[in-house]
Write a protein that binds this ligand. Structure first.
Ligand code: MTE
Length: 458
């Protein structure tokens, strides 16, 4: 049953998209099935998948009694020689897993190099995002920088902030003691379309500017100490990227002194991917993605925020009184049910493992509640370990669908006691004209046909 649901994810999620450009994603038979509104194709494919992995003797006996070849007859994979080791020196996913892809939203304007791709969280397990599916947000395209030609500089806007400004090579940086930590990164614009009550069809597009990795690097504090930084005088650092966008972000020194901010070169056990800042990026746990400066080339110390172009124009919040809140940086507690979610379809009544992700920029997730009736009643979900600070936490809640309409929601609470708001509460505090920092409760409507879609509940 579980596999059954997993399988639906991508076929069904794609259905929402193929209305615009079917040829790009499915074969002729599938396109015809979708155009005619036929669901047999999907059902057939999914039932076969369920039979293959459905688990245990019962499923096998059932299949055998139905005379399925896959059980009764030797299959090619049991009777032929397999591929040799290292046939693919860098391993790739199975060819049968080719629908789980990062995608660009059909609803957003595409500007070739200054765009965003969304992570397919509807099809993921656990909390780690495979590096090849990590979301991307570039303001001026990505670069694959030769690490032997990359340099990282630490200096100050005045000599009083730092005694020994330095320029490091990658080799220099990798000789420092390193740490590895798991953290989420979320773009401040994640879930931005929903402010305007635009019903983005799938969770990939509502919440896919989110990823979670294990990062390896050197605490920025260690490097600042190496340069003789004066932490009594320096109050802020400015991080600068080497790409054409000249991305710069101000970060308060307290965050750096906590030891959490990393000058990172590693991601999920290997070097960073070029799209994610190879060979060096800043990791600023709990803070919105724009501050995680990629292709990091410089950190400058100073005593006031710089208010650079990336801080004055983007990622600011237009408040109800007409003022801009400029330095929102911590990503507040948030959660979303990833399956069942928009664009998917429940094939039958009965048991579903409702699963999703929760996170908070202020620490650990303490609790997640799930509702099946649009927030009237709530049950506590099971948090799946590990539950780490400023990291994604997976939650699960058992649900028996009776075939009637339902509205699924999740509500996160973090260790500070902050509770994820409803849309009504969020709009009351923040008005209706924001784009960024939307952490409201997401609702998925299930109708009798089993179709799941995005709705807003105040
Ligand atoms: N750093 C540089 N140098 N250039 C950029 O365009 N984009 C920022 C941030 N760091 C950006 C950058 C934004 S807006 C986000 S959300 C994150 O990188 C995205 O990181 P990712 O592409 O690794 O997911």
């Amino acid at each position: 049953m579980q596999r059954d649901v997993e399988g639906i994810r991508d076929c069904a999620a794609d259905r929402a998209r193929i209305r615009k450009a079917p040829e790009n994603f499915l074969g002729a038979e599938e396109i015809a099935a979708v155009r005619s509104g036929r669901r047999d194709f999907l059902r057939g494919a999914l039932l076969a998948a369920a039979a293959a992995v459905g688990g245990g003797r019962a499923a096998a006996a059932e299949s055998a009694s139905q005379g399925e070849d896959v059980i009764l007859k030797p299959q090619p994979w049991s009777t032929s020689l397999g591929q040799p080791v290292a046939a693919t020196p860098y391993g790739m996913p199975s060819k049968y897993e080719n629908t789980l892809l990062r995608r660009q939203s059909p609803g957003l304007t595409q500007v070739a190099a200054a765009s965003v791709s969304f992570m397919p969280l509807q099809g993921m397990f656990g909390i780690i995002t495979p590096s090849g599916l990590h979301f991307e947000r570039h303001h001026q395209g990505w670069q694959d920088i030769d690490p032997s030609r990359h340099r990282f500089m630490i200096n100050g806007s005045s000599p009083e902030f730092i005694r020994k400004p330095k320029v490091y090579t990658m080799d220099d940086l990798m000789r420092f003691p390193s740490v590895s930590r798991m953290h989420f990164i979320e773009c401040g614009a994640n879930t931005g379309m929903e402010w305007g009550n635009v019903a983005v069809p799938t969770v990939q597009y509502t919440h896919g500017m989110l990823s979670c990795s294990e990062y390896t690097g050197v605490p920025l504090r260690t490097l600042l100490e190496d340069c003789g930084a004066d932490f009594k005088k320096a109050k802020f650092v400015l991080a600068e990227g080497a790409d054409g966008s000249s991305m710069t972000r101000t970060i308060p020194i307290e965050l750096v002194l906590s030891g959490e901010v990393l000058v990172a070169y590693g991601q999920n056990g290997e070097m960073l991917r070029p799209e994610n800042g190879y060979p060096l990026r800043l990791v600023v746990p709990g803070v919105q993605g724009v501050s995680w400066v990629k292709w990091l080339r410089r950190v400058k110390l100073g005593d006031m925020p710089w208010a650079t172009k990336d801080e004055a124009v983007h990622y600011i919040d237009l408040m109800p009184d007409g003022q801009h809140r400029q330095y929102t940086s911590i990503q507040e507690a948030k959660s979303v049910i990833t399956s069942p979610s928009g664009g998917q379809m429940l094939l039958d009544k009965g048991f579903y493992n409702v699963t999703g992700l929760a996170w908070s920029g202020r620490g650990k997730i303490k609790r997640v509640d799930v509702s099946f009736d649009g927030g009237v009643n709530w049950v506590e979900a099971n948090l799946q370990g590990p539950v780490l600070s400023k990291c994604l936490t997976r939650f699960n809640a058992p649900w028996n669908w009776d075939g009637k309409p339902a509205i699924l929601q999740s509500r996160a609470m973090d260790e500070t006691g902050f509770v994820q708001p409803t849309y009504g509460q969020l709009r009351e505090a923040r008005g209706r004209r924001s784009i960024y920092h939307n952490n409201a409760i997401q609702s998925w409507k299930v109708v009798e046909s089993g179709d799941v879609s995005n709705v807003q509940v105040l």
